[in-house]
Design a protein around this ligand. Structure first.
Ligand SMILES: *Cc1c(COP(=O)(O)O)cnc(C)c1O
Length: 393
């Protein structure tokens, strides 16, 4: 089918909830994609930070094929080896101590919020259920995680939202202190605000929040749905901030393109969710865990993580070397980067870059966001940068 034929059926049969680009993708290899009409693209988006090992990765394909011949799914009424192995690897690599598996970022954040509220309820009883989150954050699209998201535009239409969220400013510890009350049980944040515009938090601020949590027995909840799984050049971003959170969520990249997420707890709170308090049918199912095992084995290697940092620096330095009036800044860590441009000019720049065969996305008001596959080759990067230079320099 051509793009036009597919689009006509999509318009008729698929709910119109996404502002999709006018591209229908067919297949890919590495960081390169082809659309249904054979046009080639270098992909700097990786399915919004998901396809961390690239397209048609032979190791993922082999692991999925092998696991598909054994078991796809058995429910959480039984133990399976892939699930246990992924949990063990996550804990030994991070210093967290137990994992709950789910299927998406928002669902993982729901689990994290439930854990925080029950931690406080078990210890202090009712009335201490509020969670402080940061303005400009993004935590998901469920009725609870929309409200956890510190952006007014997400608090529309779907009333009543879950209550119990207060908002503070990023990188402003006094604002966080002011938002904390005797009703607070946790502080929740992304270490680099992704959807909000690729805005890294200051290390001093993050350390001060950790100290405030310790002082008041609040749980520090870190949403690593976008920053996790090697994206920033460490397995999890918190490892570069020199803190241990109480709870960390992950999703996007964890299974290289299979739908998977999860909640990791530290020893401070890893037994709060007991039998019957939390569950999900597909969580940790063998077929997604088979892919996650491949991803974690690759991404946790020090050489792999060093290469992510190197490629990130290479992109940053190359873009800044253009000394272009159109580029105001390059923000971010590892391969989670935002090229900051004039907010009014951005849409035209992005569509020109895509017409010329490079896929990018946006974040916040003025960032062109890059989240390429972590395995992107320098030849692919150079091809993409050459195209972007013709538009941005
Ligand atoms: C993408 C994202 C989510 C939501 O994940 P879904 O899988 O779409 O539910 C939550 N938090 C952050 C930081 C994200 O980037």
């Amino acid at each position: 089918m051509t793009y036009q034929e597919l689009k006509a059926d999509e318009n008729q049969y698929v709910m119109n909830t996404y502002g999709r680009f006018s591209i229908a993708l067919d297949h890919g290899e590495g960081a390169t994609l082809w659309d249904v009409e054979g046009k080639k693209y270098i992909d700097l988006t990786a399915g919004i930070g998901v396809n961390c090992l690239g397209y048609a990765n032979p190791k993922i394909t082999a692991a999925l094929t092998e696991q598909a011949g054994k078991l796809l799914h058995v429910s959480n009424l039984y133990t399976t080896a892939p699930m246990v192995e992924v949990a063990k690897k996550l804990c030994t690599e991070t210093g967290m101590s137990k994992v709950f598996f789910s299927n998406s970022g928002a669902e993982s954040n729901e689990g994290m919020i439930k854990l925080a509220r029950k931690y406080s309820y078990d210890k202090y009883g009712e009335g201490r259920a509020e969670i402080v989150t940061l303005n400009n954050s993004f935590h998901g699209r469920t009725v609870t995680t929309l409200k956890a998201t510190g952006q007014e535009k997400f608090h529309q239409y779907f009333f009543p939202f879950t209550e119990g969220f207060a908002y503070a400013n990023a990188n402003d510890i006094e604002s966080v202190r002011a938002a904390v009350s005797e009703h607070t049980c946790a502080i929740m944040m992304e270490l680099i605000q992704g959807e909000g515009g690729v805005l890294p938090l200051d290390p001093e601020f993050v350390k001060a929040v950790r100290a405030l949590c310790d002082e008041k027995d609040l749980l520090l909840l870190v949403d690593e749905v976008q920053t996790g799984v090697g994206r920033t050049g460490s397995l999890f971003c918190f490892q570069q901030y020199g803190i241990l959170p109480d709870v960390v969520t992950f999703a996007k990249g964890i299974a290289g393109g299979m739908p998977m997420g999860g909640v990791m707890a530290a020893p401070t709170c890893d037994t709060v969710l007991g039998p019957g308090t939390h569950a999900t049918t597909f969580g940790g199912t063998p077929i997604v865990c088979a892919a996650a095992k491949v991803v974690l084995d690759e991404v946790s290697q020090p050489e792999f993580l060093a290469a992510v940092k190197e490629k990130g620096e290479y992109i940053k330095n190359t873009v800044l070397s253009w000394k272009s009036d159109k580029v105001k800044d390059v923000r971010g860590m590892g391969l989670m980067l935002g090229i900051i441009v004039d907010a009014d000019a951005r849409a035209a720049l992005v569509s020109e870059i895509m017409d010329k065969g490079v896929l990018v996305i946006t974040a916040g008001k003025d960032a062109i966001r890059l989240l390429p596959p972590l395995t992107i080759r320098y030849e692919e990067l150079d091809e993409a940068l050459a195209v972007m230079k013709t538009v941005l320099a």
